[in-house]
Write a protein that binds this ligand. Structure first.
Ligand code: ATP
Ligand code: MG
Length: 722
């Protein structure tokens, strides 16, 4: 193996970055220009040319999947084992640090990681305990507040008591929340990062050790690091100039979660000897796709300014489809996928990208009906599904009796006659005596405080948990999980549920046993944790990414956010509608709107060969009918790069061809006076009651004979006058 294996597959600018002498480095470049490739080759360069052992290398990626791929690529390139290299997400790495230094991190040895759903439940319970009205202080808002403080490195004790009422109330909750977590050994995601930072900051020896250990530190997707993550990187590297980051300001899409684009400027300030390398050639996409992305993102202000070019040729124009409704949209997309597969394409090269998880269902149903294998990433991720969380709560409680969150979750799932009154009494006792719910129940039983029925029910529950804990002691992990799933009564519970849903839940529980079988505890390199605890932690941290590497050739479904860094030959960006993408909240906030536009840029640049954009003229979302306008982003793509697809020429449409839909609709409203009879394609015949609004925004209220009274957007309602 010689240098050329590392250097040959790179262009000049990439080579410059990969082979640079040891110094802080910022590779700032647009999508698909090979930043991640540079990062991988830089690590290989260090190992091979600078003779740095993988043991001395740290790399931070955006997902666990990316981490595994990176390790594999390095191992294949160099034909070595890179197991000793620390590579993972910020959260994964922070967790690892905390586990290895629990004492210095001031955590109990068996601390548990909560995902955001667990956190929300805990907050709800806390608000109840504090007698704070949930309707005035929505738990989600409290959660957001707490996480936002932590992301900035602010603990409750750092905050002033003197703020306004809102601040003071939030501070009270934050304090109580910190206490509760400390007492129960619970750690939320933001806490992982904050504590890992404090761990190094406050323990000089440890910091010294890790500064020596990590001789080279690499970060992918640097634009999406938050304050505390960046502070952690700085602790490890400042003064050594050994931080190598790659990023793209145009792909910063986690501002809403505390990511700071400013970190790119901070980096330049804090590492004065740094070098900047810019990459301009895009290797991923064909001409039309790239042009669309470049033109769209030019609408944002305050960019660091980058242009991308490709020598891949123009390629196919971008296709635009205006669907009648969301079902039609799904139908269309799946038809196109069928064609792709018929023409010899692979399903795994196809991605359906959407703004919000709620959109996936339509596509899933259509894919299922047509028997097309697919896989949903993120969103309702495997380990986040209700039935899985319930089963894991049994597993947790069997191993950690004092885990109140799990106790609450399953004490009455399946129902076993432990009433609300009993639970309330238990909570009060726990609060007053500073006991866990488990301890409180034991005491209530010991002291005979319960009426016989409730007492027996509770006793039954505690015995079940004790039994699960005892019986599973000697079993291999998957047998343990199997036993828990069976004895918990969850299977019977879901078998009784309405057909499809219940069936799917039972299947998921079986899949959980399978996941446990495939789980490789050794790969985590943790000595001081039981296999069950490793599995539970894994479930909290890795949520969806671990449905096993499915070999089957599947269509990929995911949100635009989780598509970051990935690439697919054929991409569908669906639901390109105002109010959905850009999201409703973004439409009147210029900062958020720009973030949405960056998200759109991320979406477009995932496509290598072919990109479809679709929007629906009517959409049922969250139980409501909407008649959204096409997304403004469609207008920001050069029309010469777009080809409109029309399948339904026979459908009566208002003057709403692509251009007039996007521009100002000139639909005359005069015809729709009160009393006018009309016909709607779906709702049938009705009578106009009133109209409201102007131009594009004009709405009509119609009393349909069979469908009742509805408001419709005139421009999209496709009404026929009678
Ligand atoms: P993103 O911003 O989306 O994360 P990126 O800048 O990280 O993109 P990569 O994923 O590293 O880009 O590369 C994009 C594609 O281009 C990959 O398929 C990669 O293998 C290919 N590529 C990168 N550099 C070269 C090169 N010099 N020659 C050929 N192909 C390249
Ligand atoms: Mg990348």
């Amino acid at each position: 193996m010689d240098v050329s294996t590392i250097i040959a597959p790179l262009n000049d600018a990439q080579r410059l970055a990969v082979s640079a002498p040891n110094q802080a480095m910022l590779v700032l470049a647009g999508a698909g220009s090979g930043k991640t490739r540079v990062l991988v080759h830089r690590i290989a360069w260090h190992i091979k040319i600078n003779q740095i052992s993988p043991f001395h290398i740290l790399a931070v990626t955006f997902t666990n999947k990316a981490a595994n791929e990176m390790r594999e690529r390095i191992e294949n390139m160099l034909e070595i084992s890179a197991r000793a290299m620390w590579i993972g997400t910020f959260h994964g790495l922070a967790h690892r640090l905390l586990r290895q230094h629990v004492e210095q991190a001031k955590l109990p040895a068996n601390f548990q990681v909560m995902d955001s759903d667990d956190q929300l439940r805990l907050i709800k319970r806390l608000l109840k305990n504090l007698n704070i009205d949930e309707t005035k202080w929505p738990p989600k808002q409290v959660q957001w507040f707490i996480n936002a403080q932590k992301e900035e490195g602010i603990r409750a004790r750092h905050m002033h008591e003197s703020g306004d009422f809102y601040q003071r109330q939030m501070l009270t909750v934050y304090k109580a929340y910190e206490d509760l977590c400390d007492r129960s050994g619970l750690v939320d995601f933001a806490e992982l990062l904050l504590r890992a930072h404090e761990l190094l900051r406050d323990n000089e020896d440890l910091l010294h050790f890790y500064r020596q250990r990590f001789q080279q530190v690499h970060v992918d997707e640097f634009q999406d690091t938050n304050t505390i993550q960046y502070a952690w990187l700085r602790l490890l590297t400042e003064g050594n100039d050994n931080l190598f980051v790659v990023g793209d300001d145009d792909q910063s899409i986690y501002g809403w979660r505390g990511a700071k684009i400013e970190n790119i400027f901070n980096f330049q300030k804090h590492y004065p000897n740094h070098q900047v390398v810019r990459l301009e050639q895009n290797y991923r996409s064909t001409g039309h796709i790239l042009k669309a992305a470049n033109t769209l993102i030019a609408n944002n202000e305050a960019r660091m300014g980058k242009e991308l070019w490709t020598d891949a040729g123009e390629g196919l124009p971008i296709s635009l489809y205006s669907a009648f409704n969301e079902q039609d949209e799904a139908y269309f997309v799946v038809e196109k996928i069928k064609q792709w597969v018929n023409d010899g394409g692979l399903r795994r090269d196809v991605a359906i990208l959407y703004r919000s998880n709620a959109q996936s269902r339509q596509f899933e149903e259509r894919l299922m009906t047509t028997g097309t294998p697919y896989r949903v990433y993120g969103g309702l991720r495997f380990f986040e599904r209700m039935e899985i969380k319930n089963a894991l709560a049994y597993l947790r409680l069997a191993n950690h009796h004092d885990d109140d969150a799990s106790f609450e979750r399953i004490v009455n799932t399946p129902t076993r006659g432990i009433g609300a009154k009993t639970l309330d009494d238990m909570r009060i006792l726990a609060r007053e005596q500073n006991l866990s719910l488990w301890q409180a129940s034991v005491r209530m039983l010991d002291e005979n405080r319960l009426p016989p029925r409730a007492g027996n029910a509770l006793k039954g529950f505690l015995n079940l948990i004790l039994q699960l804990g005892g019986e599973t002691l000697e079993l291999p992990l998957h047998e343990t999980v199997k036993l828990v799933v069976e004895k918990s009564g969850l299977i019977e519970l879901y078998k009784k549920e309405k057909q499809d849903k219940g069936e799917a839940r039972v299947e998921n529980l079986e899949e959980l046993v399978n996941a446990a079988r495939l789980f490789d505890a050794d790969s985590l390199n943790e000595e001081n944790l039981s296999e069950v605890d490793l599995f539970l932690t894994h479930a909290a941290l890795e949520a969806g990414e671990m449905q096993g590497e499915v070999d089957e050739d599947c269509v990929q479904l995911m949100t635009l956010h989780s598509a970051k860094g990935l690439e697919f030959k054929l991409v569908f960006m669906v639901g390109m509608e105002e109010g959905l993408f850009p999201s409703q909240q973004a439409t009147d906030d210029p900062g958020r709107l720009q973030e949405e536009r960056r998200l759109c840029y991320v979406g477009i640049t995932r496509a290598m060969e072919q990109l479809y954009l679709t929007h629906a003229e009517s959409r049922r979302l969250y139980g409501k009918d909407n008649y959204p306008r096409p997304s403004r982003f469609l207008r920001e793509i050069p029309p010469e790069s777009i080809q409109e697809i029309r399948l339904r020429a026979q459908v009566t449409r208002p003057a709403a061809t692509f251009n007039s839909t996007l521009g100002n609709s000139t639909q005359t409203a005069g015809r729709y006076r009160m009393g006018q009879s009309v016909r709607h394609e779906k709702f049938g015949e009705g009578v106009v009651l009133q109209t409201e609004g102007e131009g594009d925004q004009k709405k009509v209220q119609i009393n349909f004979r069979n469908a009742g009274i509805k408001w419709l957007m005139l421009a999209y309602a496709k009404l026929e006058t009678l």
